[in-house]
Design a binder for this molecule. Structure first.
Ligand code: NAD
Length: 486
């Protein structure tokens, strides 16, 4: 039997802990064609409490199990991603509109996230402390209990697994709420992989559903930690609600990241790097290169090279053959992108490539002479659009790069890497890539934005994960109780 055939979704999700969807069912739609790919159960807010209850019960035993058992489950999950990569990638291509390279990046990263997480159970989990008293004093890290993970549609596997894998490895249970538009690739697939890996029942429950299910997760008293990835506006709502309920909320939010192209950059090479940053996965990446800040002396040849590249990129249904640019997720997202492009042209920018669409396929678009007050400079686009602005000094480049509320990623192309390093200290950003574009992610590296992009690095690498998904307990031990003067 195939890992992911529609007839096993319901049963397999149920095995992962979810008995009934209070939200009925939903048709899984292929954005490139509008075709129905199947039906999947949808959770409602009423499903959350039961999922959390099951998780809390299963978690106690899981936390007490030998660390080697948790490590083994994570290693087997890593192997399952590799074994079933082709089938899972097909779902990513059809349900999420991923081009094949992006789909392969997701399965490869998912395997790596699990392998990295497999090392966490063996990691030291505390430290011995000095005490002026005759006692043994130490701090230990304990699992928080049940972690709520809320993930978006754009990179549905990686943005879920980067929290799910370390949270499980560190002895927690997880309730995962994927975006309903990617309920199979961002939800059912994870449930099946962990089932195949032998994760005990109840530890992972997948609840595909809308914002109301997310809110129920944030307010449930049995969920002390929420890992949220999504838009800044939804992140604000989650943070407000979480604050009221005194939850620890990790936020990975939107971006408006800049690529600074210095005067000494190689122009054709820089245009290729910039094109990747803006057009990979149709620009639906939080770290996408959303603004190209180019030295005025090379701006025209850079724009020409970028526009030539944009015009040449094959776009269409990624399931139909080799394309570089696939569909946007839905009509709402496409209309938003088009409104930003037309609004930017009305504000005085020059359209040098693209600016049109066919169904959900938005042509790679290059906008030159973009004014600072234009929407393509001020707003997150989340589409295949490369706005270009110019600068004359590095001070001006730093000021422009920092001129939005976001702080996710920054790329700098230059032969003078020390200048770039110094520039990177002046721009608030969680990620800095010198001589690369802005889209980079590795399971071993701390990942997270500042400002309106989130609450800093909470994913990637043991330090961030242990901080994110465990609590610290101070413990003292004496032979006999002390005598108090009472
Ligand atoms: P979104 O915020 O609308 O939805 C993200 C998830 O949150 C979905 O599962 C959604 O159902 C849920 N949600 C929405 N409102 C909620 C609420 N009030 N309470 C609880 N849950 C709620 O995001 P989107 O527009 O679908 O996704 C794209 C956004 O995600 C972009 O802004 C992008 O930059 C951001 N993103 C950030 C990162 C990162 O790591 N920083 C990664 C990928 C995407």
């Amino acid at each position: 039997m195939s890992l992911m055939s529609p007839d096993v979704w319901q049963a397999k999700i149920r095995l992962a802990g979810w008995a009934a969807g209070a939200g009925g069912t939903r048709t899984v739609v292929e954005p490139a064609t509008g075709d129905a790919l199947g039906e999947i159960g949808v959770a409602g807010p009423a499903d959350v409490a039961e999922a959390v209850r099951i998780g809390r019960t299963a978690q106690r035993e899981w936390a007490r199990a030998p660390y080697t058992e948790r490590a083994a489950v994570l290693r087997r999950a890593g192997a399952a991603w590799e074994q079933h990569a082709a089938e899972i990638e097909e779902w990513l291509i059809r349900e999420a509109g991923s081009v094949p390279g992006k789909a392969a990046f997701e399965t490869g990263t998912a395997a790596q996230e699990c392998y990295e997480a497999a090392a966490l159970p063996a990691h030291p989990y505390g430290e011995l402390l000095r005490s002026a008293e005759p006692r043994f004093s130490f701090a230990r890290r304990l699992p928080v209990g049940v972690v709520g993970v809320i993930a978006p549609f754009n990179v549905p596997i990686v943005l879920a697994i980067r929290a799910v894998a370390p949270a499980l490895a560190l002895g927690n249970a997880v309730v995962l709420k994927p975006d309903p538009r990617t309920a199979v690739s961002g939800g059912a697939v994870l449930a099946r992989v962990f089932e195949e890996a032998g994760l005990p029942d109840g530890l992972l429950t997948v609840l595909p559903g809308g914002a109301d299910v997310g809110q129920a997760l944030v307010t449930d008293p049995g969920v002390p930690v929420i890992a949220f990835t999504g838009s800044t506006s939804a992140g604000r709502a989650v943070a407000e609600l979480g604050g009221r309920h005194l939850k620890r909320v990790h936020l990975e939010l939107g971006g408006n990241s800049a690529l600074i192209v210095c005067a000494d950059a190689d122009i054709p090479h820089a245009a290729t790097v910039g094109a990747w940053g803006s057009f990979f996965h149709q620009g639906q990446i939080c770290m996408a290169t959303s603004r190209h800040l180019v030295h005025e002396s090379i701006a025209e040849p850079y724009v020409r090279a970028l526009a030539t590249k944009a015009d040449a990129l094959p776009s269409g249904d990624p399931a139909s053959g080799p394309v570089a640019v696939g569909p946007l997720i839905d009509a709402g997202q496409r209309d938003r992108v088009h409104e930003i492009v037309t609004g930017t042209v009305e504000a005085g920018a020059t359209l040098r490539a693209g600016g049109t669409y066919d169904g959900l396929i938005y042509r790679p678009t290059v906008l030159a002479d973009v004014p600072r007050a234009a929407p393509a400079h001020e707003r997150e686009i989340f589409g295949p659009v490369a706005p270009v602005l110019t600068f004359s000094t590095l001070d001006e480049a730093a000021e422009l790069a920092a001129a939005t509320e976001y702080g996710l990623s920054l790329g700098i192309l230059t032969r003078n890497v020390m200048n770039a390093l110094e520039l990177g200290e002046r721009v608030p950003t969680g990620l800095l890539h010198i001589n690369d574009q802005t889209v980079n992610d590795e399971a071993t590296a701390p990942f997270g934005g500042v400002g309106a992009s989130g609450t800093g690095a909470r994913h990637g690498g043991p330090q961030a994960n242990i901080e994110a998904f465990t609590d610290t307990q101070w413990v003292t031990m004496r032979d006999v109780p002390p005598r108090y003067p009472l």
